[in-house]
Structures are given as C-alpha cells and as structure tokens.
Design a protein around this ligand. Structure first.
Ligand SMILES: [Zn+2]
Length: 272
C-alpha cells in the first residue's frame, strides 16, 4: 500500500462527512487533527491481548485509525495482524492487514476493498486472528533463539504464519541444519521467561557492556529503545510481539538452508 500523507486523510474525512450534520463536520475536522496523535500500542505491554475496545479516530482509503489497538503493524520482519472490528450492532468489519499510518506513531487497520467504514467517534470491539498471531509470536521468538545458535551477523529476516527465516553473513559449510535444529530446540526446551526492557539513550551510554552483549546495535536518538531479553540467550532491540516463555515455542525444524547471493545464507524454519 502506498503511504498516504496526512492531507489524504484530511481530504478523505472532509469528503466523507461534508454535507452531513454539523456535528459530523466538526468531528471530521477534529478527526483530521487527532490523526496526528499516536495510537496507543496495547500489544507492546501485553502481546496476549486478543480483544479490546477502541474508538475510531479516522476512517478512509488509508485504513481505520483507532485511539488504541491490539493489532501489530507490519515491521521488523513481522507481518501486520488480521482480525475483525466489531460494531456495537454486532456487524463485523474484517481487517485484512495492519500497517503503520501516514502520521508518525499511528496504526492503519486496512480493510478489504468495499468494506463499510466505521464512523469517527464510534466505539468498536477489536478481535485479533489469534491463531495466526500466536504462530507469528512463537516463530518470532524462535528466531531470537536461533540467532544465538548461529553465531554470525544477521543480514535479514522475515516471519510468516507458517515459516520464518534469518539470513546470515556466514560461510555455507559452517551451517548444519541438524545442529541448528538441535541447538535451538535445546535452548527452547529450557523454558526461559522472556522480558521486555525499555532503556533510555542515557542508560545505553552509561552501560556499554549492554550493547556489547546485543546481537543487533540499538538505534539511538529516539530517546528510548525497546529490547527483548531472553536471559542468557539473546538481548536485542525489537518492537515485535514475543511469547512469554520459550517453552511456548514447542520446538522448531529447519526447512532448508540455501545461498541468497554471495554473502547471504538463508536458514528457513517452521514450528515442529
Ligand atoms: Zn523480536
């Protein structure tokens, strides 16, 4: 989906609500300025929320913006969530995808073409496609564990509901599917609780040993960084959703290892 500017939302909202009661017209204008407000990201504090209520901030071609959401937007190799927005009359609006909104910090819930749009101010019940999301959480966390087993710079990665991959800058003959599988599953089987850690740029400066233990260098300048810590296994900046304990992954199997270009070696896994 092409990124849409704020003016697109503004135009869309004015187009949608012009000619309606002045209450709605005023709402349209308010909605446009409110679209600048960041969406509260409920999944960041609790990745296990399957449902929540939220208010509609704006709705248009660019998607539905809510004041808060449990839907994770595409990013960091993790796909956007799918699910439903349920209206007070029980009507269900399918969410086909979730992306970062045009305004910083906002989340756009992408509807299937031809969907009925909810109105600004309307209260909705959000329902996640939990089976899909939970598989993504398990695979995502498995990649963190695997990045500790394969000791090499990570050059890329991607997660899908049925499989996930990491690309490494490593010599092909150092990669052995059986060893990766066994090593990863051994760590998963330890049943280690994962934790989200927020750290400020200042704390990062004060604790350089923290950065040395990270497998990925944290971005600086944003004020604070969100880290996933799997104690004794992996510590790295990550904004995605993870399982609370490695035991929830169950286990993984290596689907294949192949060369992707001169330096990239791609290791693809699935849940066992
Ligand atoms: Zn992660």
């Amino acid at each position: 989906m092409a990124r849409r500017g704020r003016s697109d939302y503004l135009a869309q909202s004015l187009l949608l609500y012009q000619g309606e009661a002045s209450e709605y017209a005023a709402g349209g204008v308010r909605m446009a300025s409110a679209a600048l407000m960041a969406t509260e990201l409920l999944f960041r504090d609790d990745a296990y929320l399957r449902t929540a209520t939220a208010g509609v901030v704006a709705a248009g071609d660019g998607g539905v913006l809510l004041d808060r959401t449990i839907f994770y937007p595409l990013g960091g190799g993790q796909p956007g969530d799918t699910g439903c927005l349920v209206r007070e009359n029980g009507a269900r609006i399918a969410v086909a995808d979730t992306r970062k909104g045009a305004d910083p910090g906002t989340v756009a819930h992408i509807l299937a073409a031809g969907s009925v749009l909810p109105a600004p101010g309307e209260r909705l019940t959000l329902e996640l496609d939990w089976d899909r999301r939970y598989r993504l959480m398990r695979l995502h966390t498995a990649l963190h564990v695997m990045s500790c087993v394969v000791v090499a710079p990570v050059t890329g990665g991607n997660i899908a509901p049925d499989k996930a991959r990491l690309d490494f800058d490593i010599d092909m003959n150092l990669l052995n599917a059986e060893r990766i599988e066994q090593g990863t599953n051994e760590l998963i089987g330890r049943g280690i609780a994962t934790e989200t850690v927020w750290i400020t740029d200042a704390e990062l400066e004060a604790r350089p040993e923290l950065v040395r233990t990270m497998s990925v260098q944290p971005p600086r300048g944003a004020g604070r960084v969100r880290l996933l810590n799997i104690p004794g296994i992996d510590l790295q900046p990550c904004g995605g959703t993870h399982v609370a304990n490695t035991a929830e992954i169950g286990g993984i199997r290596v689907l294949r290892i192949r060369s992707e270009g001169r330096k990239n070696r791609r290791v693809e896994i699935a849940l066992a």
